[in-house]
Design a protein around this ligand. Sequence first.
Ligand code: EPU
Length: 430
Amino acid sequence: MKIIQAEYSGPLNGKVHIPGSKNSSLALLAAACLADDIVTLEGIPRIDDVRIIAGISRDIGMELKQEGHQVVIDPRWIHSAVIDPGKASSFRASYYFAGALLSKIGRVTIGFPGGDDFVSRPIDQHIKVFQALGAQVHIHHDYYIVEAAELKGADIYFDTVTCGATINAMLAAVRAKGRTQLHNAAVDPEVVDTANFLNRLGARIYGAGTERIRIEGVSYLNGGMHTVIPDRLIAGAFLMAAGLQGGQVTVKDVIPEHLGACLAKLEEVGMHVECGESHITAYGTGKLKATRIRTGMYPGFATDLQQPMTSLLLHAKGKSIVTERIFPKRFAHVPQLRRLGAEIEQRQESIFIRGGLPLQGGWVHATDVRAGTCLLLAGIAAEGTTFVTGVEHIERGYEDVIGSFRAIGAKLYLRELDAQELPGRMHRQG
Ligand code: EPU
């Protein structure tokens, strides 16, 4: 079993290249199904979710080749829209294949989305979109079927702001007959990236990045080339690393505007941040102030950044409060941080952090990619040695987590252990 060993590393200093966005890549790879010719995507990270998509592509007759960070997709020979429930439920973004294949073929059979478990992650807004466009949705035990003789444009009002369902609505509507308008749409960079990609192929999507998106259906999409946006969530976590012990970290190849709320918070807790055109440098001053965070949809403070931010706030004297408004139960990292000596109390959708106490190394388990990042940050700032299990969850989001953290001086090592070598509690946790 893989574990990551983290040693106390002192101030972190250095530069790190930020890879392409995982979440955008997953949307773009499914969107590529919609094209009628060959598509090349640049900057796609080499992560497990992409490997699963490669498997799905083979099953449906779509050729997908990844060399380095370039993925070449030939969607001209798609012959099936039946997606194995096991593959679909091994990652969250499989729902994008429902929208894309419904749009292209008119019928898709697919398993329910899996991915990180935050207790409740409904897909009612995705279903609502398909139905609004004229599709029928049949729910079975471990899969669902979506079918339509013809998709017709519609006015769709989202009940809640959702990035996933906004992207899926664009995928489903792009080849529908007539005009679709999405109201209360998400404005995330991943939505804009997907719209830009589809427009490059000949789609007619207007207003992505605002709360109202208009899609004029087209009957044909060309092939083309697109570069995925950088991963703002990975970038944010590395900038936080600079604040742990008073270091200086530069993230390269980023879009600073995508990190506005994060950078404002880093300044608020006493860090200093400087932005260039495509890089950001964060300076830790060695003194952090406690703060209050409420997560929100973009451009608010991202839910995916509250876990690494919690590790930073453990070093800010006083009481910080983090309120999770997107996935109110997304606190699986908290009991793990307590194992390292953190004093954190959880009440409903908020945690109360008593910062400024020393952390002691120990055994912790990562349950999802962002919780894993949080534990790595905690481990490199804790006295002694921390062992992190659940490495497969971290690797779902990072192509080379060890290499990237080592580039800024973090003492992280990948180890292989037999299950018997784990302490009893970790063994049971898996
Ligand atoms: N929601 C609904 N109904 C739906 C869909 C969403 O009520 O049908 C709610 C959710 O429960 C949540 C809110 O809407 O309260 C926003 O959810 P969203 O649809 O935006 O999330 P998602 O598509 O499930 C994506 C990312 C997550 C990220 C959220 C934040 C992917 C594959 N996943 O999830 O990324 O936290 O957006 O908006 O793109 C991660 O990268 O670690 C990760 C979990």
